[in-house]
Design a protein around this ligand. Structure first.
Ligand SMILES: [Zn+2]
Length: 150
């Protein structure tokens, strides 16, 4: 966690992005780190946790982080929390909270609130289209010999 905190401070000092960092550990060893690179890479998904997951998966040559723990300098936002679940990490540690982040204008609490609402109740207009046509991909997936379950 101290390394995640150190990297988050360094990221502010060098102006690379927001005050966030993440460190991924496997078997007691750091296998990857990530810092927020949203503004320096023009990538709104380049949050520290996502960057760290990408680096860790590359280093492990795997799409899963089995047995890995992720240390986040701040409580993960909904996107990163989702990414950590998809990566199947074993444990999350975090330093500051989403309320601490909101206090310095990184307010992801509203996304957590939106998730609880139905499609029609959300601020971001969400409309379903062409379900029957879109289902074809799932029908093909069900019988695909190339399918890799994950
Ligand atoms: Zn995030």
């Amino acid at each position: 966690m101290r390394e995640a905190i150190r990297l988050s401070i360094e990221n502010v000092e060098n102006g690379k992005g927001g005050p966030f960092a993440a460190v991924i550990v496997k078997d007691g060893k750091i296998i990857a780190t990530g810092v927020n690179e949203v503004t320096s890479t023009n990538d709104p998904t380049a949050h520290a946790e996502v960057v760290a997951i990408r680096n860790a998966c590359k280093s492990l040559s795997s799409y899963q982080l089995d047995g890995c723990e992720i240390y986040c300098s701040c409580e993960p936002c909904p996107m990163c929390l989702g990414a950590i679940y998809w990566a199947r990490a074993a444990k999350i540690y975090f330093g500051t909270t989403k309320e601490d982040a909101a206090a310095v204008d990184f307010d992801d609490k509203f996304i957590y609130d939106e998730i609880d609402l139905s499609h029609t109740g959300r601020k971001l207009t969400t409309q379903q289209l062409l379900r029957e046509e879109a289902l074809v991909a799932f029908e093909k997936w069900k019988i695909s010999p190339l399918k890799m379950k994950y």
